[in-house]
Design a protein around this ligand. Sequence first.
Ligand code: SAH
Length: 214
Amino acid sequence: MRLKYVPEARELISSHPNLIIDKQDDEIIDLIKLFQNNNLIHIEIGMGKGQFVYELAKENPTINYIGIEKFDSAIVRALEKVIENPLDNLILLRVDAEKLATILGQKKIDRIYLNFSDPWPKVRHAKRRLTHHNFLHMYQFILRDNATIEFKTDNEDLFDFTIEEMTDFPMNILFSTRNLHQENVENIMTEFEEKFSNEGKNIYKVIAQFKEEV
Ligand code: SAH
């Protein structure tokens, strides 16, 4: 079913190069040229259909956002939103997170959001989890000092794994909750979050920061 849609998605993606970067090569992206300013840059990795990053970008016009997703079928939904209502501070990037160190370079990013990342429950797939320590090393490389990672999930096992990976790294845990919707904190819901909380599931969240190098 999904495959049928791909040629149309490809066409839509390739006809809007000012709204979406369809990254095929390994060349570094000039972020200042891209946004034409020096503002902070926050990224969401695995944004899916993009509701969260779109709302965030609309609320915070002085921060630049990059919504990153590897699948055409999901990112094309986000693209439809920005075609309808473009935001100067939001660019979509179709690429696998594996490539981010190469194409973003060192210490250019101020925050990473990871929302409802694929849990990869089998132990032999642990390296694919976006909070595996191999990914944390990459995040440390692309993030500026004192930047934060904000992670939300409905999956308790992935949450526990993430806290362990972050603590062992070592990172400082600045905030964590096993029931986000009971906390008195600002929150923008993602598509998955709406779905899972409607099903009565708890939403877990952690905010963490790399320890300063000595
Ligand atoms: N953040 C959205 C979607 C969550 S589903 C929400 O909360 O509603 C997880 C998404 O991450 C999927 O769309 C999947 O394609 C994407 N993803 C998983 N691994 C990725 C990777 N290595 N690089 C880029 N995107 C990835």
